[in-house]
Design a binder for this molecule. Structure first.
Ligand code: ZN
Length: 169
């Protein structure tokens, strides 16, 4: 009886979906440079299906309560920027090999390579909002680190003063 109960329980436990907010990543506001309070707004996004048609999908997008801007999930921003960096470096490398190994060096091939480099640069710069979010978060972390080190230095300085005061007494 107990074995049957265990077998019946297992698929249910596997099918559980944790809907609590503890596991979810907090969105980041690039304008306020912080994990500010947010409200979720329903926004419809146009998607294409396999039959060639288009349908609208409703998605919850976090908006900052303070400035009202759309907030970013930093994990997604990291993936998007990495993909764009890899793509742009591939374009730069392949265009270099095509222009200088397959063809002789001339003004035409050099200008073609420059155009490909411009294209690679455009791909690199494409995820503007993701890059802005990551940059603001990096600056925020640096500022926090500076504040913490200042506090540590102050505390250690005060401790030294206290110790020297005690030894003098
Ligand atoms: Zn904000």
């Amino acid at each position: 009886m107990t074995e049957i109960k265990k077998e019946q329980k297992q698929p249910l436990e596997k099918a559980w979906v944790d809907l609590s907010f503890d596991n979810q990543e907090e969105p980041w506001c690039s304008m306020c440079a912080g994990y500010t309070d947010y409200k979720r707004k329903w926004t419809s996004v146009a998607r294409s299906d396999l039959d060639g048609g288009v349908y609208s999908e409703n998605r919850e997008i976090p908006h900052c309560v303070i400035c009202g801007c759309v907030m970013q999930f930093l994990s997604i921003a990291r993936v998007v920027t990495r993909i764009c960096k890899v793509l742009s470096s591939l374009v730069a490398i392949i265009s270099f090999m095509l222009c200088f190994y397959l063809f002789d060096l001339s003004a035409g091939t050099f200008s073609c390579w420059l155009i490909c480099l411009l294209f690679a640069g455009l791909i690199w710069m494409l995820p503007y909002q993701s890059r802005m979010a990551l940059r603001s978060q990096r600056n925020w972390r640096l500022q926090n680190l500076c504040k913490e080190t200042e506090m540590l230095l102050k505390n250690s300085g005060e401790e030294k003063i206290n110790r020297t005061g005690k030894t003098q007494l």
